[in-house]
Design a protein around this ligand. Structure first.
Ligand code: AMP
Ligand code: ZN
Length: 117
């Protein structure tokens, strides 16, 4: 079985008590274990794709669905008025730690401007 932690959590194979916000046949969304904002949800495909650098044309619909799930979760968490941030970290320089693509949804506080990191 895969040793990838996000394969396990997204497919509900781990004993982790993650708080799930969404699930369908392709995608799970659950709380980040180390939240950087009042709302910090990870939108994760069930299929293992290591990084955004690995995506191909046939992944386009999946990636679009991930963004759509994020926008719905943002709405249901009342983030539409003040806004929020969606982030993919990619490989070392992008700060990626878990090598299974995941879209961060961050909101509920004023986040730093991009030029402050
Ligand atoms: P990244 O730096 O983009 O790879 O982000 C990885 C994120 O996964 C970090 O924000 C971690 O806090 C989060 N994380 C790591 N392990 C877990 C876990 N078991 N459950 C939920 N979130 C996790
Ligand atoms: Zn994986």
């Amino acid at each position: 079985m895969s040793e990838c932690i996000f394969c396990k959590i997204a497919n509900r194979l781990s004993g982790s008590d993650a708080e799930y916000h969404f699930e369908d046949d392709q995608i799970s969304a659950f709380d980040d274990i180390n939240p950087q904002a009042p709302i910090h949800i990870l939108i994760v495909p069930k299929r293992h794709i290591p990084t955004i650098a690995d995506i191909v044309d046939s992944d386009t619909e999946l990636l679009g669905r991930m963004v759509r799930v994020a926008s719905e979760l943002a709405k249901s968490h009342h983030l539409n008025e003040n806004g929020y941030r969606l982030v993919f970290n990619v490989k070392d320089h992008g700060g990626q730690v878990v090598d299974h693509i995941h879209l961060h949804l961050l909101g509920g506080r004023q986040l730093g401007k991009m030029n402050n990191n």
